[in-house]
Design a protein around this ligand. Structure first.
Ligand code: ADP
Length: 668
């Protein structure tokens, strides 16, 4: 089944509302008109009953007049004159007669207003009606009436008449009857005031609706409303029918209709405004729903826990990440006050105090604070909480919003890295011991080799017949120097490995080269390589550990010479030269003096292949059968410990140049 969307449902509701309002208004208009009609009808009925009452009163008065007539003028001769006067004043009576107890006429008078009453028919024709009326009168002992009858007149006209019979007495004895013939029309015209008759049609009708007589008129073609009223007399009964033109009523003549119409218009206007407002509200609602969905998606996707608390410290909001963090459902968390279910029990007091400080509105550290929470399974975990006041739309603070970061992972990785650091350090210490041993053995090679060669030289001198004591003494001094040097090397290497600051001093660049010159010359001579030293005269002294730097220069010089073995192409090309020296690095613009001195060792050996270049400084990388692969690595370490840098590049036409820098001794 397809369910209507909220929009369609809303429109259906609107349609229903409009329909209901329309129906209500129509009903109101209808009822208002009905009410008006009812009022008019009631007025009409009232006037009908007034008319009936007037006629009835008139008839009663007439009966009294007749009684008086009979009492004051008992003689037949007198009666005529008085009766005529009565007929003049009471025009509704068209004929009056006095009959004896046997219905014979003693005296009679015709109304002067209807002198031709008996021109078409004789009075005798009405005898039956007279008798009927008198019979009724005798039965009731009061005036009796007979049903009306039509009495033809001249020119085809006629008149509706009704007989009234009043038995009269004299000295307690029946003295005949007074019979008055009433004109039905006269009853209305004479007994009903003219004002009450105006603008309407009054008719006497039979019970079956047959009209007997009509008085008054309404314009032709007008719609009439009528009411009927029973008019009963002893012996006769008619209906009085009162007809009035329907009250002409335009839509705006009826006050109530106008009021209802105005109300309807106002209501429609209000509905319109309401609809517009609803439209706006709906758009705002849609916007709000979208924003909410966006916010919810954002909050749900966050790994940071979010928690809102009111001013009493009760939780009013939590996001899924926070629930997951503490292992509780939103239902368990929402509304939870102090102590919070994720507080470690033993720290409740401390946390409570902290919360009190926060709720008191003191300033919070922007970077947050670290604390510990407990999960539902009892495990503890560290968290970082960053809090900010929660301000509502009116600018009033309603609570606090906190972002909570689970630091467990961070702590674990910190712990891991600390452990691995320690392991690394232990390994490094082990490696260092090995490195020291190998460095010492490596560095001692040279002095020991020198000592050995001086020793064998001395032996040769001693054995030679012309050997001179001074030469032997020189050789022995050299041996002593080299032995001392070996001692220094051991000390420096130990210092280096311990990463201690060596004995730094300001050293004149030239003196460094002078110190290593004899050893270099010795080696050079062996390999047939000339060693050239070029120290720029403006080179300032450098701040360094003299022994270590000499060692670096020696290492680089030895490597250079070893790159030019005997039988190398250099032998033929006259390139068996090793150039080494130093010059200051030109000072930068704003610097008063150079900060660095650059040393170089250039050979014309076989050079460094691209493959070797990348591994040159790797410990134990060597291409030599007796090599240890530690020399360059040590050189770089020493240079870098002095704050300088070691690099190399190809030499021209062949070979390699090694460059390194040392800082100028400050203040010199
Ligand atoms: P070792 O001299 O014991 O081999 P080094 O660390 O001093 O150890 O040198 C490592 C390697 O670098 C050498 O085996 C050599 O192949 C290369 N090398 C060093 N200096 C030069 C140079 N001046 N010319 C060519 N190759 C060199």
């Amino acid at each position: 089944m397809i369910r209507p969307g909220p929009l369609a449902r809303r429109w259906v509701l609107w349609g229903l509302l409009c329909l209901l309002v329309g129906l209500l208004l129509a009903a109101l208009v209808f009822l208002a008109r009905e009410y008006e009609d009812g009022l008019a009808l009631t007025r009409q009925e009232d006037s009908a009953s007034h008319i009936v009452a007037d006629v009835r009163n008139g008839l009663v008065r007439n009966v009294q007049d007749l009684v008086a007539l009979h009492n004051t003028h008992p003689e037949v001769d007198d009666w005529g004159g008085v009766a005529s006067r009565l007929l003049v004043s009471e025009r509704e009576i068209v004929h009056l007669e006095w009959r004896d107890n046997w219905y014979s006429v003693r005296a009679a008078r015709v109304s002067p207003y209807q002198p031709d009453l008996f021109s078409q028919r004789l009075r005798h024709d009405a005898s039956a009606d007279v008798r009927q009326a008198c019979a009724t009168a005798l039965r009731n002992n009061t005036a009796g009436y007979a049903p009306s009858y039509f009495w033809p007149m001249a020119n085809g006209l006629g008149i509706e008449l009704m007989e009234m019979c009043l038995p009269v007495t004299r000295d307690g004895q029946a003295d005949g009857f007074l019979v008055a013939t009433y004109s039905l029309a006269g009853l209305l015209t004479e007994m009903v005031p003219a004002a009450a008759r105006r603008g309407q049609r009054i008719a006497w009708t039979e019970a079956d609706g047959t009209r007997l007589t009509i008085v008054g008129d309404v314009p032709v073609g007008t719609e009439v409303v009528h009411v009927t009223q029973l008019f009963d007399l002893p012996g006769a009964a008619f209906l009085l029918r009162l007809e009035r033109p329907r009250e002409v009523r335009g839509w705006f003549t009826d006050v109530l209709t106008v009021a209802v119409a105005a109300l309807a218009v106002a209501l429609l206007g209000v509905l319109g405004l309401f609809a517009r407002d609803l439209g706006r509200r709906q758009r705002a609602e849609t916007g709000l729903a979208e924003a909410l969905a966006f916010r919810k998606a954002m909050e749900d996707s966050l790994v940071t826990g979010l928690r809102a608390r009111d001013m009493e410290g009760r939780i009013t909001y939590v996001n899924p990440a926070f629930c997951q963090m503490v292992g509780l459902t939103p239902e368990q968390l929402l509304g939870a006050g102090v102590p919070a279910p994720y507080w470690p029990p033993e720290l409740v007091d401390e946390y409570r105090q902290r919360l009190a400080v926060r709720l008191a509105g003191r300033l919070l550290p922007r970077e947050g604070f670290e604390t510990e929470f407990v999960r539902s399974d009892g495990t503890r975990f560290p968290v970082l909480i960053i809090e900010a006041p929660l301000i509502d739309a009116q600018g009033v603070q309603t609570g606090w919003m906190s972002a909570i970061l689970d630091l467990s992972e961070q702590r674990r990785s910190e712990e891991l890295s600390r452990a691995s650091q320690e392991r690394l350090q232990a390994t490094a210490r082990l490696a260092m011991a090995g490195e020291m041993a190998s460095l010492i053995s490596h560095e001692l090679n040279q002095p020991l080799a020198a000592i050995a060669s001086y020793a064998s030289g001395s032996l040769n001198l001693l054995q030679a017949p012309q050997g001179r004591a001074e030469d032997v003494a020189l050789a022995l001094r050299r041996i002593a120097e080299q032995a001392e040097r070996a001692g220094k090397v051991i000390k420096s290497v130990a210092d280096l490995v311990r990463r201690r600051e060596g004995a730094r001093e300001a050293v004149a660049v030239a003196s460094l080269f002078e110190a290593i010159a004899p050893l270099m010359q010795l080696q050079g001579r062996k390999l047939g390589i000339s060693v050239e030293v070029e120290v720029a005269s403006d080179s300032p002294p450098v701040w360094c550990d003299r022994t270590m730097v000499e060692q670096v220069l020696l290492n680089l010089a030895r490597n250079g010479m070893q790159a030019m073995p005997a039988g190398d192409p250099t032998s033929a090309s006259g390139l068996r030269r090793l150039r080494l020296g130093a010059r200051p690095v030109p000072a930068r613009e704003h610097e008063p003096a150079p900060h660095w001195v650059e040393f170089f060792v250039a050979d014309h050996g076989h050079g460094v292949s691209a493959e070797q270049a990348s591994r040159l400084f790797t410990p134990f990388f060597t291409t030599k059968p007796e090599g240890m692969g530690l020399g360059l690595n040590l050189c770089r370490t020493v240079v870098e410990q002095h704050g300088g840098a070691l690099r190399f590049e190809p030499n021209r036409p062949r070979g390699t140049v090694f460059w390194f820098t040392l800082p100028v001794a400050a203040g010199l």
